[in-house]
Design a protein around this ligand. Structure first.
Ligand code: UT7
Length: 335
């Protein structure tokens, strides 16, 4: 019997309408379009506006569109996993809220928090449920309303992040396509450099934590940058070596979009050309759990069955990893 693999069979995204430009940011904090562009590659990011709107709204929107696009009855879905660091609330899981809003009734749902690596950690997890033969339709949501934890008085973090929601469908295949392999790693020591100080069990919310602005992202940018550059490249090169993928064989590197300089350094180490790299950081910034699927969604019509892709990410935790995917369908027929 041929091996069952998990194939991505559809992809969708929900991007909020409001566009926050570098120019607008330079009226809010001491920064400039020139600094942001040269240090990060970002020009604009999308921000979810509106009272009572959260991560689940973008996630549910993406899921509803995905169900339509893939012609899937919500009752057929077995499992929905949501990767996020900005859940609607501490509990219940945002995956449950998304499933409810999208009309999923016969499935179970849970969240995965691996910061910027959330999407690839969740992709591997989702793939295991399919490969085991247990489930036939698994939806993976990567969604973050980063603007809810960004301090818009801190110029070193507020220029980087944006909001978005994505959804992909995973189904079994016995063809030579799908999720081929994953390499994942974590190092808890990295929490020192990137975290949110208050709001958890160690330091619950109080007037003092709010006054001290401790409910926002705390990032030591340079330290994170140093790790991100080496780890994202290490794990992508390791995947190429493991599967004997020559630079010319690779259709696409699909990197987490944290900083254009990190993406370019990763591509250089892999020996690939810029034309082989999906880059949309200039339009969306760092949308954390959504970046990789946001790329796949934008490039869907260029993807062809059998294309070799390496998805690669680094993020808070620290967490990092790469996933080797052979694309399962001709994207231009799925728009
Ligand atoms: O996605 C998950 C993980 N996160 C990452 O991978 C992010 C990794 N880190 C980075 O992308 C970069 O470190 C940042 C974009 C966050 C910062 O860029 P940098 O080139 O590392 O800048 P820096 O922190 O070393 O700061 C250099 C200077 C400082 O000024 P002084 O001390 O040299 O006078 C900063 O105060 O740039 C200043 N600066 C700014 N200036 C204008 C920091 N942010 C800004 C800003 N506008 N927005």
């Amino acid at each position: 019997m041929s091996k069952i693999r998990a194939a991505i069979t559809g992809i969708n995204a929900s991007v909020p309408e409001y566009i926050l430009t570098n120019e607008e940011l330079s009226n809010m904090v001491d920064t400039s379009d020139e600094w942001i562009t040269t240090r990060t590659g970002i020009k604009t990011r999308h921000i979810l506006k509106g009272e009572g709107k959260g991560t689940s709204d973008m996630g549910a929107e993406a899921v509803k569109g995905l169900l339509k696009k893939t012609n899937t009855d919500p009752d057929e879905v077995d499992l929905l996993i949501c990767a996020t660091v900005t859940p609607d609330m501490q509990f219940p899981a945002t995956a449950n809220i998304i499933a409810d809003k999208a009309g999923l009734k016969n499935s179970f749902h849970f969240d995965i928090n691996a910061a910027c690596s959330g999407q690839i950690y969740a992709l591997t997890t989702a793939a295991m449920y399919i490969q085991s033969g247990l489930y036939k339709k698994v939806i993976l949501v990567g969604a973050d309303k980063m603007s809810s934890i960004v301090d818009y008085t801190d110029r070193s973090t507020c220029v980087i992040f944006g909001d978005a929601g994505t959804a992909m469908m995973l189904e079994p295949t016995t063809e030579d396509v799908g999720i081929i392999d994953s390499i994942h790693q974590s190092d808890g020591f990295g929490r020192v450099h990137l975290h949110q100080k208050a709001g958890g069990s160690v330091k619950p919310a109080s007037h003092a934590t709010v006054d001290a602005r401790e409910h926002y992202i705390y990032q030591e940018g340079q330290a994170v940058f140093k790790f991100a550059v080496s780890k994202m490249a290490d794990v992508s090169v390791e995947m190429m070596k493991k599967h004997h993928i020559e630079p010319d064989d690779l259709a696409w590197l699909v990197p987490h979009q944290a900083n254009l300089r990190i993406i370019e350094a990763t591509a250089r180490r892999m020996g690939i050309e810029k034309e082989q790299v999906m880059i949309n950081i200039q339009r969306y910034g760092n949308t954390t759990s959504a970046t990789i699927a946001l790329c796949l969604w934008e490039w869907e019509n260029q993807l062809k069955k059998g294309d070799k892709l390496i998805l690669s990410a680094f993020g808070g935790g620290f967490t990092w990893g790469s996933v080797y995917v052979k694309w399962a369908y001709d994207g231009k027929n799925h728009q």
